[in-house]
Design a protein around this ligand. Structure first.
Ligand SMILES: *Cc1c(COP(=O)(O)O)cnc(C)c1O
Length: 371
């Protein structure tokens, strides 16, 4: 039965499962009677934004009576310089999530297809469906995007292909060689969206240079964000890089002030702060190795990670372990909604948070054994 409001709704959105945001950490602590809970559930950076970024934000507070710079002039200029492109090739978003939505709205006509990996970022299918597009879902293989199968899934109706690299929730990458083969098979009417939210944690000689395809005038969008390595998930800033005419189409449908003033100054300061990113990347790398060792000694299998999170198989109901960890004040993400009943996605934290996680996991797994 539809509610009166549902009967008025755009029919495309009725099939979308409602997104269930987690509770604020303070509420959770109050309900469970705990304190000092740690959140390893949303792949955020455990370090706060750098001093330099915080100072830039504070300095911008006195101008909040004004609208933001609707052109994002300074930030686009700096991002363009960083990538050796022109500002006409950069579009800013209220997080890179907004850009996913803008790209879909700008290019995907109702009834056209988008090829989407699974399990991957839940935002892709949600937005494609809301736009009246068809989701063509291609299952991962050995926890990695199956680019061969994704290329085979392309039909004359395909408009978009989403490549999360590294992929969320598996933290695996597709390599330069795999992407090269894939791009060789893509017709010129198909747009490939490279979502590189975790690229800073993935660097290595095997990681593809997606911007090179843009320089070769292939139909690609490259998405980056300040939410992860730059510690700015709360301000909402991301950007897309593409050909000037592709970017111009996205500009036509974005709201004039889609990126707020604080996000613009924070992202600009963060862009010039390689030291902060390097510190985070090193900390996450060390944390990954610590957690691999500890998961190993707990007898747990995991997927080696190229991002700041790890997919772990706890060998029993992941939602039970999730609940038990919660009572220990450790918040992780069960993968039940992806049909992975025994998997948790755990964000790598600070060294201290990682130790607390392992201590809590050891205790929970012990209890599970006796339950
Ligand atoms: C975290 C994440 C993003 C970043 O989204 P923002 O809107 O920029 O915060 C994008 N893509 C994937 C796959 C992610 O996991």
């Amino acid at each position: 039965m539809q509610t009166p409001w549902e009967s008025l709704a755009n029919e495309h959105i009725l099939g979308i499962a409602p997104y269930e945001p987690g509770k604020p950490i303070e509420e959770l602590e109050r309900e469970l009677g705990i304190h000092d809970a740690i959140k390893l559930a949303s792949n955020e950076n455990p370090l706060p934004p750098s001093d330099r970024v915080q100072k830039a934000i504070v300095a911008a507070l006195t101008h909040l009576n004004r609208y933001p710079d609707g052109s994002g002039f300074y930030l686009r200029r700096a991002v363009a310089k960083r990538h050796g492109v022109t500002p006409e090739q950069i579009v800013l978003g209220n997080g890179s999530n907004e850009l996913i939505e803008l790209i879909v709205r700008a290019f995907l006509r109702p009834g056209e297809e988008a090829v989407i990996p699974h399990p991957s970022f839940v935002v892709y299918p949600m937005i494609v469906q809301a736009a009246g597009g068809i989701r063509v879902v291609v299952t991962l293989r050995d926890y990695r995007l199956d680019l061969e199968a994704m290329a085979r899934a392309i039909t004359p109706l395909t408009k978009l292909v989403f490549i999360a690299n590294p992929n969320n929730p598996t933290a695996t990458i597709v390599t330069a060689a795999e992407v090269e083969q894939f791009m060789a098979r893509i017709p010129p009417t198909v747009i490939v969206v490279f979502d590189e939210a975790y690229i800073e944690f993935a660097q290595g000689p095997d990681f593809p240079d997606s911007l090179a395809y843009m320089r070769q005038e292939r139909k690609v969008f490259v998405l980056r964000t300040f939410s992860k390595a730059s510690s700015l998930a709360g301000v909402r800033a991301g950007y897309g890089v593409a050909a000037p005419d592709a970017v111009a189409l996205v500009h036509r449908i974005r709201q004039p002030f889609n990126v707020n003033s604080l996000a613009q100054v924070a992202a600009l300061a963060a862009l010039e702060d390689d030291a902060h990113i390097l510190e985070c990347v090193r900390m996450i790398e060390a944390g990954r190795h610590y957690l691999y060792d500890e998961f190993g000694s707990l007898g747990l299998k995991y997927v080696p990670s190229r991002a700041n999170f790890i997919l772990v198989d706890v060998g029993r109901s992941a939602s039970d372990i999730y609940q038990w960890l919660l009572r220990e004040g450790v918040i992780v993400r069960p993968m039940t909604s992806f049909g992975m009943e025994t998997a948790l996605r755990i964000t790598v934290g600070t060294p201290e948070e990682n130790r607390r996680l392992i201590k809590a996991m050891r205790k929970c797994l012990e209890e599970a054994r006796h339950a």
